[in-house]
Design a protein around this ligand. Sequence first.
Ligand code: ZN
Length: 219
Amino acid sequence: MPVQAREQAINGAHNGARLHNIGHGAIPARGSEQEAVATMTSAYAGIIEALGEDPAREGLRDTPARAAKAMQVLTRGYREDLDALINGAVFTSDTDEMVIVRGIELYSLCEHHMLPFIGKCHVAYLPQGRVLGLSKIARIVDHFARRLQIQEVLTRQIATCVNEVIGARGVGVIVEAQHMCMMMRGVEKQNSVMATSCMLGQFRSNLPTREEFLRLVRA
Ligand SMILES: [Zn+2]
């Protein structure tokens, strides 16, 4: 399987930054969320008509509203409160061994075509007195995936967020994903997987750490 690898290495920790600064959109009030669904519903109705389809036929009658609600789910990361999502699941620990969570399912939308990209995310960190509940790592991945994204930015946002939440000695994130905009249109490369990585702290500065991470991901 051809792998289009792109290394994305970011400089050390962003100490002192608040969680809200990590590409975290504003949380609209409930009223404006309903407004957003209404706006999207009429937009989807326009798309269906532009396709030459009959928006009144049975199978399509409720499609604009359904599609609008689905889009809300696929982009819920914009409206989630990251602090509430972490919900204090940061625990003190004296372990200094690498923590790795492999194969986290990832579903996102490319911001260029608004088509899905789907894959797996691997997250590792070297604790420095604090660890994060394992399910929270998956929630962080989702938080940044559920919005219009590009894979390189998503990878960096996940790494930066984990790093800021627990203040690790280092964080490594690898995302491997297949992009529907490549597979269903354009070059129609059915089997290409795009790989992106972001290495912070010791994952960036210490080659054996990075190699251990890569070995554990491939194991
Ligand atoms: Zn795309």
